[in-house]
Design a protein around this ligand. Structure first.
Ligand SMILES: NC(=O)C[C@H](N)C(=O)O
Length: 606
């Protein structure tokens, strides 16, 4: 453990102590200030990836992972860490990652709901400092943790990627190195706002996976949803499948979980007494694993009566299939009896996802029983197939695409889709520029992703933020645009709104969880001093709204507060101020939550 990591694990350590123990590498990294530097927080909870063998059995080894990685040149670029003058060429990315190691490290069989809460809270605490998060975790219960985190993380806008391995990373033949490298790259370079599992070159939605193999490196499957991304020679992200945030609410983690839930697997000959005792209070939510498309014996009145009695009492029972793939539906009389007994269909959810969804929904205070049942039937985080009735895209419905297709003599579906994908981003940007919500809606109806940027990586949200079109910004946020997208200059919609002084948009973006990046905060001191020196109250106000801290020193060590004239200062202090919205200070963000960083060598990203 580094001295800083040790300082961090002591909750009584003051911020000043943390700063004192800051290693040189960390100080250096603040000087790099490259726009191509992305930051990832790795939370190490344990699992085989960091285990060593003692008396022929594997168990987690504390304080060994970081030092082990430092010795691997692919995982740590010492030269970059030391060379403060080095500026990477513009087409290269540097992934700077930091470890937060839990104590004790756990075999994932020892994980509990409290551990899920701790991970969630650590993501929340560090949310603004990092582009993405990697959770090192044992494979045995990874599907449960990934599902639970997917529900606990509300309005998530950044990637949270769980990974681990089947063989410890210290061994000659280990899948851990590839898994960690892939997870770091995706967490750092892609805005995939989901809790995911990365394993064996594939990125899966976390609440869709299940562990299917004890011995293969291909340990996970996502039977009802294709992978979100594949890391072959190229990294291919299936953006059509990626879950969109659809929100203008800030990220938060809900750690309250109801533990009165359970899984019951039906088998021929199960007795009514077994079912009765399982459904006894305090049980509140049950995942019933049934046969095939959700079937149970319809010639067992005793069993069905126990189920009915429990649902009448308010126990929520979800009908899921024992099959690995497929969905629950009302095809057979043996399935219909379960609907009549008050069970809800689990559609195509995995048992892990249903269990954690129940645990999450049942713990939400202030919801009546009916609302909780309704939530269980809703697709909250992409955990189940949406109701597709009427949602099927028919490209020929779109007149615009039809006209273009006709003039190019194109008729096959693939070619039409290619045209749509090529045209949609610039069209959406043009619609955002003129504030045309209806045009954006039509483009979205064609099946296009409104977060895709133009040739400069500028998304419709960047453009609407510059132009000050509040309604468009609101619409885009509610339809999957990410507040964290960065254009080729490293600018975010928030920094654009600040530059063009769009206060109402800055407020909305902040409410949604947008924040200034480390680089923007680092230069904010000088910018604020300049605004203060010119008596530009409006400019100071907008930076303040965006989260800049007014006493951040500029290049000469002076802050805006020391530069500003008294008149302006007094006017400024009259601004409405809510302690809840106070941004974390720069030094707190940057140093006190970080242990010593490790540098990945530059990665070419096409
Ligand atoms: N491959 C693994 O990580 C298995 C280990 N028992 C764990 O879940 O922690």
């Amino acid at each position: 453990m580094t001295s800083l990591a040790r300082a961090l694990s002591n909750s009584k350590t003051s911020d000043a102590e943390c700063l004192d123990s800051l290693p040189n590498a960390m100080r250096n990294c603040t000087l790099h200030g490259s726009r191509r530097e992305v930051r990832v927080l790795v939370i190490n909870t344990g699992g085989t990836i960091g285990m060593k063998s003692h008396n022929d059995v594997l168990s987690p080894e504390s304080n060994a992972f970081v030092e082990g990685l430092r010795k691997l040149t692919t995982f740590h670029d010492e030269q970059y860490a030391q060379d403060t003058a080095f500026r990477p060429p513009r087409h290269l990315f540097i992934v700077v990652y930091t470890f937060l190691e839990y104590s004790p490290l756990l075999d994932s069989s020892n994980m509990s709901t409290e551990d899920w809460g701790k991970i969630g809270k650590d993501i929340e605490k560090n949310y603004e400092c990092y582009n993405g998060f990697v959770i090192l975790h044992g494979t045995d219960t990874m599907a449960y943790t990934a599902s639970a985190l997917s529900f606990m993380c509300e309005h998530l806008g950044k990637p949270v990627i769980l990974t681990g391995s089947q063989v410890p990373i210290y061994e000659m033949r280990s899948d851990g190195r590839d898994n960690l490298m892939g997870a770091l790259l995706i967490a750092g370079l892609f805005v995939i706002p989901e809790v995911c599992v990365y394993f064996r070159n594939k990125l899966y939605r976390g609440n869709r996976v299940t562990k299917v193999d004890t011995g293969s490196f291909n340990a996970f499957a996502s039977p009802n949803l294709p992978p979100l991304a594949k890391m072959d020679v190229d990294i291919t992200v299936n953006w059509d499948t990626v879950w969109r945030a659809n929100t203008s609410t800030k990220f938060r983690v809900r750690t309250e979980l109801n533990r009165n839930v359970g899984l019951l697997r039906l088998f021929p000959g199960i007795t009514a007494a077994t079912v009765r005792s399982f459904l006894q209070p305090p049980m509140e939510g049950v995942v019933l694993e049934t046969y095939g498309t959700g079937n149970a014996p319809d010639n067992r009145a005793d069993l069905l009566a126990e189920l009915k009695e429990a649902t009448d009492r308010g126990v929520i029972i979800i009908n899921t299939t024992q099959c690995l793939r497929g969905t629950v539906s009302k095809v057979y009389a043996t399935g219909e009896v379960l609907y009549k007994a008050g069970l809800l269909p689990g559609v195509d959810m995995t048992p892990e996802a249903v269990l954690s969804k129940l645990s999450y929904v049942l713990a939400i205070e202030g919801l009546d029983h009916q609302t909780k049942k309704k939530m269980m039937a809703q697709n909250l985080r992409g955990e189940m197939m949406a109701d597709l009735a009427g949602a099927k895209l028919d490209l020929s419905d779109s007149r615009f695409i039809q006209v273009i297709a006709k003039s190019l003599s194109i008729s096959c579906k693939e070619e039409l889709e290619a045209i749509r994908d090529a045209l949609a981003p610039p069209l959406a940007c043009a619609a955002a520029k003129i504030g045309d919500v209806e045009a954006l809606e039509s483009i979205r109806e064609m099946g296009s992703y409104l977060s895709v940027g133009d040739y400069d990586g500028r998304t419709p949200l960047h453009i609407a933020a510059c132009e000050g079109h509040l309604k468009v910004v609101q619409y885009l946020l509610e339809h999957g645009s990410s507040v964290h997208s960065r254009d080729r200059y490293g600018d975010t919609p928030l920094s654009n709104a600040v530059r063009f002084r769009r206060k109402d948009i800055v407020r909305l973006l902040r409410k949604t969880g947008a924040h200034l990046s480390r680089e923007q905060l680092a230069v904010s001191g000088t910018e604020l001093c300049s605004l203060a020196a010119h008596g530009d109250l409006d400019g100071l106000q907008i930076w303040h709204l965006a989260g800049a801290v007014l006493n951040t020193p500029g290049y000469d060590g002076q802050s805006a507060l020391s530069v500003v004239s008294t008149g302006v200062l007094l006017r400024f202090l009259l601004l409405p101020y809510s302690p809840k919205n106070t941004p974390l200070t720069f030094s707190y963000n940057l140093f006190c939550r970080c242990s010593s960083p490790i540098f990945l060598p530059p990665h070419t990203h096409s």
